[in-house]
Design a protein around this ligand. Structure first.
Ligand SMILES: [Zn+2]
Ligand SMILES: [Zn+2]
Length: 325
């Protein structure tokens, strides 16, 4: 059970990390058993999440963690933002946190400036989902470590809850985790850490609801995971003009590298916030060449493939070279 095993992690970590990392049965317990417990706890959760538990790579970390990653945002703890359970082994606390990838920010800005950026973004995240205050707090967290990564987690913490390991209960933990994942999803559907100006610029003069739906829809269709899944159930041929990169361009790379786009054709409008993520790989996507993809986004109804086909007058292949001289 997740709560019981997190308590074990919190109480035994300091003792275990004095032993060699390689071959540690305790490290395996965290990586496998705790990750499995978390997956079980999520069995009723309604969208795709990647789960990972870690005690360090090659060497013991100061702060073990269990992360929940939305593949539309990130699949690793090094970048993006995600829900994470951090363990403070000194105080034996378990901290549920909306947090951010530290490594990518450190690499770009250095640790000192990186932490300033993380805490600024943490505030932006909290502002975007102000309803977190119903369940959680934005009080700072403490991880009792001076190492770089834990200091980054402290700075990157947007909101959450610190719990004493010994008083954790399965029900409370599961409730809190579900609330936090709902906030995660809400944050993603409101644009995540993308600044408002950038969202409006991308969406091009729509109101805030439309802008959010547009940005989310584009995020969905650009997701590497979604793209792979769609291209495994639909042929890599433009569904509007029939362009077949394999036949027409002699493209012979792996199918997910095809120079075609995946288009999220199911309208997100009409769905209430929180439901907007339930896309169906089977039914909600089209494969389009980049040109037709651009065109369909310029039409009134970006889910109307037939409408796009009817609009296009260019039906005969022309030799462009004769126009160039
Ligand atoms: Zn095409
Ligand atoms: Zn599209």
């Amino acid at each position: 059970m997740l709560a019981a095993n997190l308590l074990r992690l919190a109480t035994e970590f300091t003792y275990e990390r004095a032993k060699p990392f390689t071959g540690s049965a305790f490290a395996d317990f965290v990586r496998h058993d705790i990750a499995m417990d978390a997956k079980m706890a999520l069995s009723l959760w309604h969208f795709d999440l990647k789960v990972k538990a870690s005690v360090g790579q090659g060497v013991w970390a100061s702060v073990p963690w269990l992360g929940f990653f939305d593949p539309l945002i990130t699949e690793t703890a090094t970048q993006g933002f995600y829900v994470v359970i951090l363990i403070n082994p000194d105080e034996q606390t378990v901290i549920l946190s909306m947090n951010q990838g530290t490594t990518a920010i450190y690499n770009e800005f250095g640790q000192f400036r990186g932490r300033e950026i993380l805490s600024r973004r943490a505030k932006d995240m909290a502002d975007r989902v102000a309803e977190f205050k119903n369940h959680f707090t934005d009080d700072p967290i403490t991880l009792s470590s001076t190492a770089g990564l834990p200091a980054g987690y402290e700075a990157g913490h947007a909101f959450g809850k610190t719990m004493q390991g010994s008083s954790l209960t399965e029900t409370e933990l599961s409730d809190d985790l579900y609330h936090m994942l709902e906030l995660y999803e809400t944050l993603v559907s409101r644009g995540g850490t993308t600044p408002s100006e950038v969202m409006h610029e991308e969406a091009g003069g729509k109101d805030i609801e439309e802008t959010r739906r547009y940005v989310l829809s584009r995020r969905i269709e650009r997701s590497a995971r979604v793209r792979k899944q769609v291209l495994s159930v639909r042929p890599a041929i433009c569904e509007s003009c029939g362009l077949d990169p394999k036949r027409d361009y002699g493209f012979n790379g792996p199918v997910h590298k095809t120079p075609l786009d995946v288009h999220h054709a199911a309208p997100l409008s009409g769905l209430s916030e929180g439901e907007t993520r339930r896309y169906s790989i089977q039914n909600d996507f089209l494969v389009l060449c980049p040109t037709r993809h651009r065109m369909i986004h310029k039409t009134e109804n970006p889910s109307d493939l037939q409408g796009l086909k009817d609009k296009v007058r260019f039906k005969i292949a022309r030799d462009v070279s004769s126009y160039l001289l």
